[in-house]
Design a protein around this ligand. Structure first.
Ligand SMILES: [Zn+2]
Ligand SMILES: [Zn+2]
Length: 569
Protein backbone atom coordinates (compact mmCIF):
# COMPACT_ATOMS: atom_id res chain seq x y z
CA UNK A 1 0.00 0.00 0.00
CA UNK A 2 1.77 3.13 -1.23
CA UNK A 3 -0.65 5.62 0.23
CA UNK A 4 0.18 8.05 -2.55
CA UNK A 5 -2.57 10.58 -2.97
CA UNK A 6 -4.16 9.87 0.46
CA UNK A 7 -5.08 12.91 2.46
CA UNK A 8 -3.35 13.35 5.83
CA UNK A 9 -6.78 13.36 7.47
CA UNK A 10 -7.20 9.55 7.10
CA UNK A 11 -5.40 8.13 10.16
CA UNK A 12 -2.86 5.43 9.43
CA UNK A 13 -3.33 1.99 11.01
CA UNK A 14 -0.41 2.77 13.31
CA UNK A 15 -1.97 5.98 14.47
CA UNK A 16 -5.32 4.22 14.97
CA UNK A 17 -3.66 1.46 16.98
CA UNK A 18 -1.94 4.02 19.19
CA UNK A 19 -5.26 5.76 19.75
CA UNK A 20 -6.83 2.48 20.80
CA UNK A 21 -3.93 1.86 23.18
CA UNK A 22 -4.47 5.36 24.55
CA UNK A 23 -8.14 4.51 25.19
CA UNK A 24 -7.24 1.26 26.90
CA UNK A 25 -4.60 2.98 29.05
CA UNK A 26 -7.19 5.56 30.00
CA UNK A 27 -9.65 2.85 31.05
CA UNK A 28 -6.93 1.40 33.26
CA UNK A 29 -6.32 4.82 34.75
CA UNK A 30 -2.76 4.90 33.40
CA UNK A 31 -2.92 8.57 32.61
CA UNK A 32 0.70 9.17 31.59
CA UNK A 33 0.60 6.22 29.18
CA UNK A 34 -2.69 7.44 27.77
CA UNK A 35 -1.29 10.93 27.17
CA UNK A 36 1.85 9.45 25.60
CA UNK A 37 -0.05 7.17 23.23
CA UNK A 38 -2.39 9.99 22.27
CA UNK A 39 0.57 12.27 21.58
CA UNK A 40 2.29 9.61 19.47
CA UNK A 41 -0.95 8.89 17.57
CA UNK A 42 -1.41 12.57 16.75
CA UNK A 43 2.21 12.90 15.71
CA UNK A 44 2.11 9.86 13.41
CA UNK A 45 -1.19 10.99 11.90
CA UNK A 46 0.66 14.02 10.53
CA UNK A 47 3.29 11.86 8.82
CA UNK A 48 3.17 10.61 5.26
CA UNK A 49 2.99 6.84 4.85
CA UNK A 50 6.68 6.81 3.89
CA UNK A 51 7.67 8.81 6.92
CA UNK A 52 5.57 6.48 9.11
CA UNK A 53 7.27 3.44 7.58
CA UNK A 54 10.66 5.03 8.22
CA UNK A 55 9.72 5.75 11.82
CA UNK A 56 8.60 2.15 12.37
CA UNK A 57 11.91 1.01 10.90
CA UNK A 58 13.80 3.14 13.37
CA UNK A 59 11.57 1.76 16.12
CA UNK A 60 12.40 -1.81 15.12
CA UNK A 61 16.09 -0.96 15.41
CA UNK A 62 15.63 0.80 18.72
CA UNK A 63 16.57 4.16 17.22
CA UNK A 64 13.59 6.30 18.21
CA UNK A 65 15.59 8.62 20.41
CA UNK A 66 15.62 11.51 17.98
CA UNK A 67 11.84 11.52 17.35
CA UNK A 68 10.32 14.46 19.18
CA UNK A 69 6.71 13.26 18.64
CA UNK A 70 7.22 9.97 20.49
CA UNK A 71 7.49 10.14 24.28
CA UNK A 72 10.51 8.28 25.62
CA UNK A 73 8.37 6.10 27.95
CA UNK A 74 6.75 4.53 24.89
CA UNK A 75 9.88 3.72 22.88
CA UNK A 76 10.00 0.09 23.89
CA UNK A 77 6.28 -0.45 23.31
CA UNK A 78 6.36 1.17 19.88
CA UNK A 79 9.30 -1.05 19.02
CA UNK A 80 7.20 -4.09 20.02
CA UNK A 81 4.35 -2.75 17.92
CA UNK A 82 6.66 -2.24 14.92
CA UNK A 83 8.11 -5.73 15.30
CA UNK A 84 5.02 -7.81 16.11
CA UNK A 85 2.15 -5.68 14.83
CA UNK A 86 -0.54 -3.93 16.87
CA UNK A 87 -2.88 -6.88 17.32
CA UNK A 88 -1.07 -8.78 20.10
CA UNK A 89 -0.38 -5.57 22.01
CA UNK A 90 -3.98 -4.39 21.85
CA UNK A 91 -5.24 -7.81 22.77
CA UNK A 92 -2.90 -7.99 25.78
CA UNK A 93 -4.03 -4.51 26.84
CA UNK A 94 -7.67 -5.58 26.56
CA UNK A 95 -6.99 -8.64 28.69
CA UNK A 96 -5.66 -6.39 31.44
CA UNK A 97 -8.85 -4.30 31.72
CA UNK A 98 -11.55 -4.34 34.40
CA UNK A 99 -14.07 -7.14 33.79
CA UNK A 100 -16.81 -4.70 32.79
CA UNK A 101 -14.87 -3.53 29.74
CA UNK A 102 -13.80 -6.99 28.69
CA UNK A 103 -17.49 -7.91 28.69
CA UNK A 104 -18.55 -4.76 26.84
CA UNK A 105 -15.94 -5.43 24.14
CA UNK A 106 -16.79 -9.12 23.88
CA UNK A 107 -20.44 -8.21 23.36
CA UNK A 108 -19.44 -5.56 20.82
CA UNK A 109 -21.44 -2.94 22.73
CA UNK A 110 -18.88 -0.13 22.71
CA UNK A 111 -15.62 0.69 20.97
CA UNK A 112 -12.53 1.66 22.88
CA UNK A 113 -13.04 5.39 22.60
CA UNK A 114 -16.62 5.13 23.88
CA UNK A 115 -15.38 2.95 26.72
CA UNK A 116 -12.72 5.51 27.61
CA UNK A 117 -15.43 8.17 27.67
CA UNK A 118 -17.39 6.15 30.23
CA UNK A 119 -14.36 6.20 32.50
CA UNK A 120 -13.35 9.79 31.83
CA UNK A 121 -16.74 11.45 32.07
CA UNK A 122 -18.67 9.23 34.47
CA UNK A 123 -15.95 7.32 36.36
CA UNK A 124 -17.60 4.05 35.37
CA UNK A 125 -15.21 1.20 36.06
CA UNK A 126 -17.39 -1.62 37.34
CA UNK A 127 -20.72 -3.18 36.47
CA UNK A 128 -22.14 -1.65 39.66
CA UNK A 129 -21.04 1.81 38.48
CA UNK A 130 -22.72 1.21 35.14
CA UNK A 131 -25.96 -0.01 36.69
CA UNK A 132 -26.00 2.96 39.02
CA UNK A 133 -25.35 5.42 36.17
CA UNK A 134 -28.13 3.88 34.09
CA UNK A 135 -30.50 4.03 37.02
CA UNK A 136 -29.71 7.69 37.67
CA UNK A 137 -30.10 8.57 34.00
CA UNK A 138 -26.49 9.72 33.80
CA UNK A 139 -25.72 7.92 30.53
CA UNK A 140 -28.66 9.64 28.92
CA UNK A 141 -27.63 13.04 30.30
CA UNK A 142 -24.05 12.65 29.17
CA UNK A 143 -24.37 10.76 25.90
CA UNK A 144 -27.30 10.02 23.64
CA UNK A 145 -30.33 7.79 23.64
CA UNK A 146 -28.91 5.05 21.46
CA UNK A 147 -25.80 4.72 23.61
CA UNK A 148 -27.99 4.54 26.70
CA UNK A 149 -30.17 1.90 25.03
CA UNK A 150 -27.17 -0.23 24.04
CA UNK A 151 -25.76 -0.19 27.57
CA UNK A 152 -29.16 -0.73 29.14
CA UNK A 153 -29.57 -3.86 27.06
CA UNK A 154 -26.08 -5.13 27.78
CA UNK A 155 -26.02 -4.64 31.56
CA UNK A 156 -28.27 -7.59 32.54
CA UNK A 157 -26.42 -9.93 30.18
CA UNK A 158 -23.08 -8.89 31.68
CA UNK A 159 -24.50 -9.33 35.18
CA UNK A 160 -25.73 -12.84 34.49
CA UNK A 161 -22.49 -13.84 32.79
CA UNK A 162 -20.43 -12.51 35.67
CA UNK A 163 -22.20 -14.82 38.09
CA UNK A 164 -22.36 -14.51 41.84
CA UNK A 165 -20.05 -15.60 44.61
CA UNK A 166 -21.39 -17.17 47.82
CA UNK A 167 -21.02 -14.90 50.84
CA UNK A 168 -18.71 -17.30 52.67
CA UNK A 169 -16.17 -17.33 49.86
CA UNK A 170 -16.45 -13.58 49.38
CA UNK A 171 -15.76 -12.95 53.06
CA UNK A 172 -12.78 -15.29 53.07
CA UNK A 173 -11.32 -13.72 49.97
CA UNK A 174 -11.73 -10.17 51.27
CA UNK A 175 -10.37 -11.17 54.64
CA UNK A 176 -7.15 -12.59 53.24
CA UNK A 177 -6.73 -9.70 50.81
CA UNK A 178 -7.32 -7.18 53.61
CA UNK A 179 -4.72 -8.85 55.77
CA UNK A 180 -2.12 -8.66 52.99
CA UNK A 181 -2.91 -5.07 52.05
CA UNK A 182 -3.04 -3.87 55.64
CA UNK A 183 0.45 -5.28 56.17
CA UNK A 184 1.78 -3.63 53.00
CA UNK A 185 -0.02 -0.28 53.15
CA UNK A 186 0.70 1.54 56.41
CA UNK A 187 -0.83 4.73 54.97
CA UNK A 188 -4.25 3.05 55.12
CA UNK A 189 -6.40 3.35 58.19
CA UNK A 190 -8.72 0.37 58.43
CA UNK A 191 -9.99 -1.66 55.51
CA UNK A 192 -13.64 -2.67 55.67
CA UNK A 193 -15.65 -4.93 53.39
CA UNK A 194 -18.46 -2.92 51.85
CA UNK A 195 -21.26 -3.59 49.38
CA UNK A 196 -23.19 -6.83 49.45
CA UNK A 197 -20.71 -8.49 51.81
CA UNK A 198 -21.31 -5.82 54.42
CA UNK A 199 -25.05 -6.34 54.04
CA UNK A 200 -24.63 -10.15 54.39
CA UNK A 201 -26.23 -10.85 51.02
CA UNK A 202 -26.02 -14.63 50.55
CA UNK A 203 -24.72 -14.11 47.02
CA UNK A 204 -22.31 -11.39 46.09
CA UNK A 205 -21.79 -9.78 42.68
CA UNK A 206 -19.14 -7.19 43.63
CA UNK A 207 -16.25 -7.33 46.03
CA UNK A 208 -15.55 -3.93 47.57
CA UNK A 209 -13.15 -2.79 50.27
CA UNK A 210 -13.18 0.71 51.72
CA UNK A 211 -10.39 2.34 53.71
CA UNK A 212 -9.55 5.86 54.78
CA UNK A 213 -6.22 7.60 54.70
CA UNK A 214 -4.64 10.92 55.61
CA UNK A 215 -2.61 10.50 52.44
CA UNK A 216 -4.66 8.70 49.77
CA UNK A 217 -1.99 9.17 47.06
CA UNK A 218 0.66 7.30 49.04
CA UNK A 219 -1.91 4.76 50.21
CA UNK A 220 -2.91 3.99 46.61
CA UNK A 221 0.78 3.52 45.72
CA UNK A 222 1.17 1.08 48.60
CA UNK A 223 -2.00 -0.83 47.73
CA UNK A 224 -0.85 -1.25 44.12
CA UNK A 225 2.45 -2.69 45.33
CA UNK A 226 0.89 -5.10 47.82
CA UNK A 227 1.78 -8.79 47.60
CA UNK A 228 -1.87 -9.72 48.07
CA UNK A 229 -2.67 -8.48 44.58
CA UNK A 230 -2.26 -10.37 41.32
CA UNK A 231 -2.81 -7.40 38.99
CA UNK A 232 -4.04 -3.81 39.01
CA UNK A 233 -6.70 -3.35 36.31
CA UNK A 234 -7.61 0.24 37.13
CA UNK A 235 -6.21 2.94 39.31
CA UNK A 236 -7.61 6.34 40.03
CA UNK A 237 -6.84 8.99 42.64
CA UNK A 238 -9.17 7.35 45.18
CA UNK A 239 -9.65 3.88 43.84
CA UNK A 240 -7.76 0.78 42.78
CA UNK A 241 -9.42 -2.16 41.06
CA UNK A 242 -7.33 -5.28 41.43
CA UNK A 243 -7.55 -8.96 40.73
CA UNK A 244 -6.77 -11.55 43.36
CA UNK A 245 -7.48 -15.30 43.34
CA UNK A 246 -9.17 -14.85 39.98
CA UNK A 247 -11.66 -12.24 41.22
CA UNK A 248 -11.88 -8.50 40.82
CA UNK A 249 -11.87 -6.37 43.97
CA UNK A 250 -12.72 -2.68 44.04
CA UNK A 251 -10.67 -0.89 46.69
CA UNK A 252 -11.69 2.64 47.65
CA UNK A 253 -9.29 4.85 49.51
CA UNK A 254 -11.07 7.89 50.86
CA UNK A 255 -9.81 11.00 52.56
CA UNK A 256 -10.77 11.17 56.23
CA UNK A 257 -13.56 13.71 55.74
CA UNK A 258 -15.33 11.71 53.01
CA UNK A 259 -15.03 8.23 54.50
CA UNK A 260 -18.63 8.04 55.74
CA UNK A 261 -19.98 8.98 52.33
CA UNK A 262 -17.84 6.46 50.49
CA UNK A 263 -18.70 3.67 52.92
CA UNK A 264 -22.39 4.54 52.75
CA UNK A 265 -22.63 4.76 48.97
CA UNK A 266 -20.63 1.59 48.34
CA UNK A 267 -22.65 -0.34 50.93
CA UNK A 268 -25.97 0.25 49.16
CA UNK A 269 -28.38 -1.30 48.57
CA UNK A 270 -29.55 0.77 45.64
CA UNK A 271 -33.08 0.70 47.04
CA UNK A 272 -31.81 2.01 50.36
CA UNK A 273 -29.71 4.74 48.73
CA UNK A 274 -32.76 5.76 46.71
CA UNK A 275 -34.89 5.93 49.85
CA UNK A 276 -32.22 8.02 51.58
CA UNK A 277 -31.96 10.37 48.61
CA UNK A 278 -35.67 10.99 48.70
CA UNK A 279 -35.36 11.93 52.36
CA UNK A 280 -32.05 13.68 52.61
CA UNK A 281 -31.55 15.24 49.22
CA UNK A 282 -28.13 14.88 47.65
CA UNK A 283 -25.32 13.00 49.26
CA UNK A 284 -23.05 15.27 51.29
CA UNK A 285 -19.48 14.62 52.26
CA UNK A 286 -19.30 13.13 55.69
CA UNK A 287 -16.54 11.59 57.77
CA UNK A 288 -18.94 9.11 59.38
CA UNK A 289 -22.01 7.30 58.10
CA UNK A 290 -23.83 8.40 61.24
CA UNK A 291 -23.54 12.00 60.06
CA UNK A 292 -25.32 11.19 56.81
CA UNK A 293 -28.21 9.61 58.67
CA UNK A 294 -28.50 12.48 61.08
CA UNK A 295 -28.50 14.89 58.12
CA UNK A 296 -31.48 12.92 56.83
CA UNK A 297 -33.10 13.25 60.24
CA UNK A 298 -32.93 9.58 61.20
CA UNK A 299 -30.79 7.42 63.48
CA UNK A 300 -28.04 5.18 62.07
CA UNK A 301 -29.32 2.16 60.16
CA UNK A 302 -27.20 -0.94 60.34
CA UNK A 303 -25.91 -2.24 56.95
CA UNK A 304 -27.76 -5.57 57.22
CA UNK A 305 -31.08 -3.68 57.22
CA UNK A 306 -30.40 -1.51 54.19
CA UNK A 307 -32.74 -3.09 51.66
CA UNK A 308 -35.32 -0.36 51.16
CA UNK A 309 -37.94 -2.51 52.88
CA UNK A 310 -39.24 -0.06 55.44
CA UNK A 311 -36.07 0.60 57.42
CA UNK A 312 -36.10 4.35 56.79
CA UNK A 313 -39.73 4.62 57.77
CA UNK A 314 -39.00 2.68 60.95
CA UNK A 315 -35.97 4.88 61.63
CA UNK A 316 -38.04 8.04 61.13
CA UNK A 317 -40.74 6.71 63.44
CA UNK A 318 -38.19 5.73 66.08
CA UNK A 319 -39.19 2.08 65.84
CA UNK A 320 -35.98 0.50 64.57
CA UNK A 321 -35.42 -2.91 66.15
CA UNK A 322 -32.53 -3.44 68.54
CA UNK A 323 -30.92 -6.18 66.55
CA UNK A 324 -29.42 -9.33 67.95
CA UNK A 325 -25.63 -9.26 68.00
CA UNK A 326 -22.73 -11.54 68.83
CA UNK A 327 -22.52 -10.50 72.46
CA UNK A 328 -26.09 -11.71 72.98
CA UNK A 329 -25.30 -15.24 71.86
CA UNK A 330 -24.79 -17.53 74.84
CA UNK A 331 -24.54 -20.87 73.12
CA UNK A 332 -24.56 -22.77 69.84
CA UNK A 333 -27.18 -25.48 69.44
CA UNK A 334 -26.15 -27.16 66.18
CA UNK A 335 -22.75 -28.65 65.35
CA UNK A 336 -21.15 -31.84 64.11
CA UNK A 337 -18.19 -33.94 65.18
CA UNK A 338 -16.33 -36.88 63.67
CA UNK A 339 -19.14 -39.08 64.98
CA UNK A 340 -20.92 -37.99 61.79
CA UNK A 341 -19.53 -35.79 59.02
CA UNK A 342 -17.68 -33.23 61.17
CA UNK A 343 -13.93 -32.81 60.78
CA UNK A 344 -13.06 -32.41 64.48
CA UNK A 345 -13.46 -34.46 67.62
CA UNK A 346 -16.11 -33.75 70.19
CA UNK A 347 -13.36 -32.60 72.52
CA UNK A 348 -12.02 -30.12 69.94
CA UNK A 349 -15.49 -28.68 69.35
CA UNK A 350 -16.15 -28.29 73.08
CA UNK A 351 -12.76 -26.70 73.71
CA UNK A 352 -13.29 -24.23 70.85
CA UNK A 353 -16.74 -23.30 72.15
CA UNK A 354 -15.28 -22.70 75.62
CA UNK A 355 -12.77 -20.29 74.15
CA UNK A 356 -15.60 -18.48 72.34
CA UNK A 357 -17.13 -17.88 75.76
CA UNK A 358 -20.27 -19.91 75.19
CA UNK A 359 -22.22 -21.02 78.25
CA UNK A 360 -23.69 -24.05 76.50
CA UNK A 361 -23.56 -26.03 73.29
CA UNK A 362 -25.40 -28.92 71.72
CA UNK A 363 -23.61 -31.72 69.92
CA UNK A 364 -26.01 -32.69 67.13
CA UNK A 365 -24.59 -35.31 64.79
CA UNK A 366 -26.59 -36.75 61.90
CA UNK A 367 -29.07 -39.56 62.49
CA UNK A 368 -28.71 -43.10 61.16
CA UNK A 369 -30.22 -42.75 57.69
CA UNK A 370 -29.28 -39.17 56.90
CA UNK A 371 -27.75 -38.70 53.47
CA UNK A 372 -24.49 -37.38 54.91
CA UNK A 373 -21.09 -38.99 54.43
CA UNK A 374 -21.15 -40.38 57.99
CA UNK A 375 -24.01 -40.83 60.39
CA UNK A 376 -24.56 -41.92 63.96
CA UNK A 377 -26.24 -45.22 64.75
CA UNK A 378 -28.10 -45.87 67.97
CA UNK A 379 -25.06 -47.72 69.30
CA UNK A 380 -22.78 -44.77 68.39
CA UNK A 381 -25.19 -42.52 70.22
CA UNK A 382 -24.64 -44.30 73.52
CA UNK A 383 -20.88 -44.24 72.94
CA UNK A 384 -21.21 -40.50 72.33
CA UNK A 385 -23.25 -40.13 75.50
CA UNK A 386 -20.38 -41.60 77.51
CA UNK A 387 -17.90 -39.31 75.80
CA UNK A 388 -20.05 -36.27 76.51
CA UNK A 389 -20.29 -37.27 80.16
CA UNK A 390 -16.51 -37.40 80.33
CA UNK A 391 -16.24 -34.04 78.55
CA UNK A 392 -18.64 -32.50 81.08
CA UNK A 393 -16.11 -33.39 83.78
CA UNK A 394 -13.24 -31.89 81.81
CA UNK A 395 -15.11 -28.71 80.86
CA UNK A 396 -17.22 -27.75 83.86
CA UNK A 397 -17.42 -24.14 82.59
CA UNK A 398 -19.77 -25.11 79.75
CA UNK A 399 -23.03 -27.06 79.60
CA UNK A 400 -22.87 -29.73 76.91
CA UNK A 401 -26.26 -30.83 75.61
CA UNK A 402 -26.38 -34.19 73.91
CA UNK A 403 -28.53 -33.82 70.85
CA UNK A 404 -29.06 -35.02 67.32
CA UNK A 405 -29.86 -33.62 63.92
CA UNK A 406 -32.50 -36.17 63.06
CA UNK A 407 -33.74 -36.60 59.51
CA UNK A 408 -37.40 -36.15 58.70
CA UNK A 409 -38.15 -39.24 56.67
CA UNK A 410 -40.25 -39.49 53.51
CA UNK A 411 -43.40 -40.29 55.51
CA UNK A 412 -42.82 -37.46 57.99
CA UNK A 413 -41.63 -39.71 60.80
CA UNK A 414 -38.23 -39.24 62.39
CA UNK A 415 -35.08 -41.27 61.85
CA UNK A 416 -34.80 -42.30 65.52
CA UNK A 417 -37.58 -43.86 67.61
CA UNK A 418 -39.13 -41.77 70.36
CA UNK A 419 -37.33 -43.56 73.18
CA UNK A 420 -33.98 -42.61 71.64
CA UNK A 421 -35.05 -39.01 71.09
CA UNK A 422 -36.42 -38.81 74.63
CA UNK A 423 -33.02 -39.86 75.98
CA UNK A 424 -31.39 -36.78 74.37
CA UNK A 425 -31.27 -33.25 75.74
CA UNK A 426 -32.30 -31.54 72.50
CA UNK A 427 -33.60 -32.67 69.11
CA UNK A 428 -33.06 -30.80 65.87
CA UNK A 429 -35.01 -32.11 62.87
CA UNK A 430 -34.09 -31.56 59.23
CA UNK A 431 -35.76 -32.11 55.92
CA UNK A 432 -32.60 -33.09 54.07
CA UNK A 433 -34.13 -35.37 51.46
CA UNK A 434 -36.82 -33.84 49.29
CA UNK A 435 -37.64 -37.29 47.82
CA UNK A 436 -38.94 -35.38 44.77
CA UNK A 437 -41.92 -34.30 46.86
CA UNK A 438 -43.88 -31.21 45.92
CA UNK A 439 -44.24 -28.24 48.24
CA UNK A 440 -47.43 -29.58 49.72
CA UNK A 441 -45.94 -32.92 50.72
CA UNK A 442 -42.74 -31.29 52.00
CA UNK A 443 -44.86 -28.93 54.08
CA UNK A 444 -46.80 -31.87 55.50
CA UNK A 445 -43.58 -33.68 56.45
CA UNK A 446 -42.20 -30.53 58.08
CA UNK A 447 -45.45 -29.88 59.97
CA UNK A 448 -45.46 -33.46 61.23
CA UNK A 449 -41.98 -32.93 62.66
CA UNK A 450 -42.96 -29.60 64.19
CA UNK A 451 -45.91 -31.26 65.90
CA UNK A 452 -43.69 -34.01 67.28
CA UNK A 453 -43.30 -33.23 70.99
CA UNK A 454 -39.64 -34.28 71.03
CA UNK A 455 -38.56 -31.97 68.19
CA UNK A 456 -37.24 -28.65 69.48
CA UNK A 457 -35.69 -27.00 66.44
CA UNK A 458 -36.21 -27.29 62.69
CA UNK A 459 -32.78 -26.77 61.13
CA UNK A 460 -32.34 -24.80 57.88
CA UNK A 461 -36.10 -25.06 57.16
CA UNK A 462 -35.94 -24.26 53.42
CA UNK A 463 -32.88 -26.52 52.95
CA UNK A 464 -31.56 -24.26 50.23
CA UNK A 465 -28.02 -24.39 48.94
CA UNK A 466 -26.84 -20.86 48.30
CA UNK A 467 -26.19 -20.32 44.61
CA UNK A 468 -27.14 -23.86 43.67
CA UNK A 469 -30.60 -24.80 44.90
CA UNK A 470 -33.53 -22.59 45.82
CA UNK A 471 -35.24 -23.39 49.09
CA UNK A 472 -38.22 -25.75 49.29
CA UNK A 473 -41.52 -24.18 48.23
CA UNK A 474 -43.07 -24.75 51.65
CA UNK A 475 -46.23 -23.16 52.96
CA UNK A 476 -44.25 -20.93 55.31
CA UNK A 477 -47.33 -19.34 56.89
CA UNK A 478 -48.47 -22.78 58.01
CA UNK A 479 -44.96 -23.69 59.20
CA UNK A 480 -44.63 -20.45 61.17
CA UNK A 481 -48.07 -20.84 62.76
CA UNK A 482 -47.36 -24.43 63.82
CA UNK A 483 -43.88 -23.58 65.13
CA UNK A 484 -45.24 -20.70 67.21
CA UNK A 485 -48.14 -22.76 68.50
CA UNK A 486 -46.10 -25.82 69.49
CA UNK A 487 -43.08 -24.04 70.93
CA UNK A 488 -40.74 -25.30 68.20
CA UNK A 489 -37.86 -23.07 67.23
CA UNK A 490 -36.89 -22.46 63.63
CA UNK A 491 -33.25 -22.08 62.83
CA UNK A 492 -31.25 -19.40 61.11
CA UNK A 493 -28.41 -21.64 60.00
CA UNK A 494 -25.06 -19.86 59.61
CA UNK A 495 -23.38 -22.43 57.37
CA UNK A 496 -22.48 -20.38 54.29
CA UNK A 497 -24.16 -22.95 52.03
CA UNK A 498 -27.45 -22.53 53.94
CA UNK A 499 -27.96 -19.07 55.52
CA UNK A 500 -31.47 -20.35 56.06
CA UNK A 501 -33.98 -19.12 57.21
CA UNK A 502 -32.91 -16.25 55.01
CA UNK A 503 -33.37 -12.74 56.39
CA UNK A 504 -36.70 -11.91 54.88
CA UNK A 505 -38.21 -15.25 55.96
CA UNK A 506 -36.81 -14.82 59.44
CA UNK A 507 -38.58 -11.48 59.57
CA UNK A 508 -41.89 -13.13 58.65
CA UNK A 509 -41.26 -15.87 61.21
CA UNK A 510 -40.75 -13.50 64.13
CA UNK A 511 -43.79 -11.51 63.03
CA UNK A 512 -45.75 -14.77 63.35
CA UNK A 513 -44.42 -15.21 66.89
CA UNK A 514 -41.83 -17.90 66.14
CA UNK A 515 -38.80 -18.39 68.38
CA UNK A 516 -35.59 -18.66 66.37
CA UNK A 517 -32.21 -20.18 67.02
CA UNK A 518 -29.05 -18.88 65.37
CA UNK A 519 -26.60 -21.73 64.96
CA UNK A 520 -23.31 -22.39 63.27
CA UNK A 521 -24.17 -25.91 61.97
CA UNK A 522 -20.42 -26.17 62.10
CA UNK A 523 -18.36 -29.13 60.95
CA UNK A 524 -14.98 -27.66 61.92
CA UNK A 525 -13.87 -26.10 65.21
CA UNK A 526 -12.07 -23.22 63.54
CA UNK A 527 -15.20 -22.15 61.66
CA UNK A 528 -17.50 -21.98 64.70
CA UNK A 529 -17.16 -18.23 65.08
CA UNK A 530 -17.23 -17.48 61.34
CA UNK A 531 -20.46 -19.42 60.78
CA UNK A 532 -22.11 -18.00 63.87
CA UNK A 533 -21.26 -14.53 62.54
CA UNK A 534 -22.92 -15.35 59.23
CA UNK A 535 -25.99 -16.67 61.03
CA UNK A 536 -26.20 -13.48 63.08
CA UNK A 537 -25.77 -11.31 59.97
CA UNK A 538 -28.54 -13.24 58.24
CA UNK A 539 -30.86 -12.87 61.23
CA UNK A 540 -30.12 -9.14 61.41
CA UNK A 541 -31.19 -8.85 57.77
CA UNK A 542 -34.55 -10.06 59.08
CA UNK A 543 -34.76 -7.45 61.86
CA UNK A 544 -34.33 -10.18 64.48
CA UNK A 545 -33.87 -9.03 68.05
CA UNK A 546 -32.32 -10.72 71.01
CA UNK A 547 -35.72 -11.55 72.49
CA UNK A 548 -36.62 -13.65 69.44
CA UNK A 549 -33.62 -15.94 69.75
CA UNK A 550 -33.57 -18.99 71.99
CA UNK A 551 -29.79 -19.21 72.30
CA UNK A 552 -29.54 -15.70 73.69
CA UNK A 553 -31.26 -17.04 76.80
CA UNK A 554 -29.75 -18.81 79.78
CA UNK A 555 -29.31 -22.59 79.71
CA UNK A 556 -32.07 -22.78 82.29
CA UNK A 557 -34.45 -21.04 79.90
CA UNK A 558 -33.32 -23.21 76.99
CA UNK A 559 -34.05 -26.31 79.04
CA UNK A 560 -37.42 -24.86 80.05
CA UNK A 561 -38.27 -24.24 76.38
CA UNK A 562 -37.51 -27.89 75.61
CA UNK A 563 -39.33 -29.18 78.67
CA UNK A 564 -42.44 -27.14 77.92
CA UNK A 565 -42.88 -28.86 74.58
CA UNK A 566 -42.14 -32.31 76.01
CA UNK A 567 -44.87 -31.79 78.58
CA UNK A 568 -47.37 -31.59 75.72
CA UNK A 569 -46.84 -35.30 75.07
ZN1 LIG B 1 -28.56 -30.27 58.08
ZN1 LIG C 1 -26.17 -29.89 60.57
Amino acid sequence: MSGVGRGVSAPSPTSRALDTLADLAEIRGETSDAIGYRQAATFISTLSPDATAALLNRAREDRLHGDPGIPARLHRRIRDLAVGGAEPIISAARDALPALFKALFDLGVVNSSEAALLVRRLAIVSLGDLQHALEMGRILQTFDESFDARLRQAAPAIASDAGMMPLGRARDLLESLSAAITADAPALDGLTPSGEVRRFEPLVSELILVARSHDPVTAIEQVCASRGIDAVVHRGPRRVVVTTQGSEVDIRVSAIDEYGTVLFSTTGSRAHLQAMRSRGGHLRLAAREEDLYSQAGVPFITPEMRHGTGELEAAAAGTLPRLVSREHIRGDLHMHTIYSDGADTLDAMVAACCSLGYEYIAITDHSEHAGSSRTVSRRDLSRQRAEIEAARERYPQITILHGTEVDIMADGTLDFPDEVLASLDIVIASLHEAERHDGKTLTRRCLQAIRHPLVNVIAHPANRIVGRRAGYPLDYDAIFAAAAETGTALEVDGAPAHLDLEGERAREAIAAGVTLTIDSDCHRARWLERQMAMGIGTARRGWVERRHVLNTRSIKDVRAFIAAKRRRR
